[in-house]
Write a protein that binds this ligand. Sequence first.
Ligand code: SF4
Length: 202
Amino acid sequence: MQDRNWSEFVAACSACTRCELAATRRNVVVWRGAVVAPLLIVGEGPGASEDEQGLPFVGRSGELLDTALTAQGLDPSTYHICNIVKCRPPGNRQPTPAEAEACRPWLRRQLQYAGSRVILLLGATALRYFTGETVGITKVRGIWRESRGYWIMPSYHPAYLLRDRRQREPFWQDLTAVRAKLEELGGIPPLPTGEAPDAAAF
Ligand code: SF4
């Protein structure tokens, strides 16, 4: 039966056994941030910390992501964070096409609830499974895609930024473009006069 509200949706996700990841997960990781938000942020899949806590992006990658979002003046009421798959792939491997496909209806429904028009895809795996594009993330990050009223920005996964600090600058540029698009679409108010995103804090 189709869920009638967000609570029913989360409960349905939590009981899901549509793919083999159900067998090894500890928690189904649905979202964090606001349920309804102008910005949807999509990663690859839960890692160990996320599986344990039942929340996406709560490990070191998540801390770095939060630092960047806060430095851009984006608080949790402005974003909804989730992943391509809601259950942890063992050993942090990439989700298989079958797993991503099995989880796709949940993500589609989640986007309906979130009502976001701006979507930030973190990493090549999120890009591939969200858009079908198989190009390297380095080639396409920072370039908007517009599809059916959605504005989609591919960028680096924060885990990559932890491994290579030099990539924080392009990631920051992408996040700056996302912030500008949110303002342009009326999803968030502009910063007060005289204030600017705090690049130094990231
Ligand atoms: S990853 Fe998605 S489709 Fe697979 S069991 Fe978890 S919630 Fe269901």
